[in-house]
Design a protein around this ligand. Structure first.
Ligand SMILES: NC(=O)c1ccc[n+]([C@@H]2O[C@H](COP(=O)([O-])OP(=O)(O)OC[C@H]3O[C@@H](n4cnc5c(N)ncnc54)[C@H](OP(=O)(O)O)[C@@H]3O)[C@@H](O)[C@H]2O)c1
Length: 237
């Protein structure tokens, strides 16, 4: 395993939730961390809360010029973690799908990740890594969410395709089950239980538990093109 001591780690989506926990864990491991997300006050608050020399900069991954400027300002670095995502209305039964509106929902998680990879490769170390973020609805579809399932697969497909294209830069993805970020905690206990009650580990995961997988993928120098599931055993049931 490579050490993260003094490695430069960029976390897009690092202002909150899983990305914030990854940033904190990377700092703990001795890395220099740059967080990015679209809202300046949230970036500033995250940087202040993280401390330990963390820096931050706004980036809107929907906008390629913004992504290009972000990576130019970041300079050379070792690892990119991409957890940016928005929470919208991709849920919906097939007969009621709002196809046009749903296209927008790919802008952050899928096209945003593609834009980030495109501009990251200009600055990333050849022995560095990129880790994307997908979700377990790719593998455990539920009624009323066909597009969520499809979009989650696009992330995993992108990680695998980038891994072949960018090797020896290692590209992987973490596939998250229900993780208790601030966002998810806002759903309330009943909703969380409805998703997690039947799991082998019948609870939501913590953001710190999720962050472990990203740390592993940054350090694991012989792992490329893989999808690591952090799902409380959701794929077993
Ligand atoms: N938590 C779960 O249970 C779960 C399960 C499966 C998959 N996921 C996925 O995992 C990722 C992280 O989840 P989370 O719960 O940690 O979510 P979160 O707390 O909402 O984090 C998402 C981050 O993305 C940033 N962001 C949103 N739009 C952006 C844009 N246009 N450009 C740059 N940054 C942007 C947000 O900051 P700003 O508002 O400042 O931009 C925020 O910091 C998301 O993609 C989510 O879909 C989560």
């Amino acid at each position: 395993m490579a050490s993260l001591n003094n490695a430069r780690v960029v976390v897009i989506g690092g202002a909150s939730g899983v990305g914030f926990a990854v940033a904190g864990a990377a700092l703990e491991a001795g890395a220099q961390v740059i967080v990015g997300s679209s809202q300046a006050p949230r970036v500033e608050a995250a940087v202040e809360k993280l401390g330990r020399g963390a820096t931050g900069r706004t980036v809107d991954v929907k906008d390629e010029a913004s992504v290009a400027a972000f990576f130019e300002a970041a300079g050379a670095f070792d690892h990119l973690v991409f957890t940016a995502g928005d929470w919208g209305h991709m849920f919906g039964a097939t007969r009621d799908l709002d196809v046009e509106a749903s296209k927008d929902r790919m802008e952050v998680r899928f096209w945003g990740a593609a834009r980030a990879a495109k501009h990251a490769v200009r600055q990333i170390a050849v022995d560095g890594s990129i880790t994307l973020t997908g979700g377990m609805l790719a593998h455990r579809p539920i009624p009323g969410a066909p597009l969520v399932t499809a979009s989650a697969h696009t992330t995993e497909g992108l990680a695998m395709g980038l891994a072949r294209d960018l090797a020896p830069i290692r590209v992987n993805a973490v596939c998250l089950g229900l993780i208790l970020s601030e966002q998810v905690q806002g759903w309330g206990d009943a909703m969380v239980k409805s998703f997690t009650a039947g799991l082998p580990l019948p609870r939501g995961g913590s953001v710190e538990e999720a962050a472990e997988a990203y740390l592993y993928l940054m350090r694991a120098t012989y792992v490329i093109g893989q999808i690591v599931r952090v799902d409380g055993g959701g794929s077993l049931v």
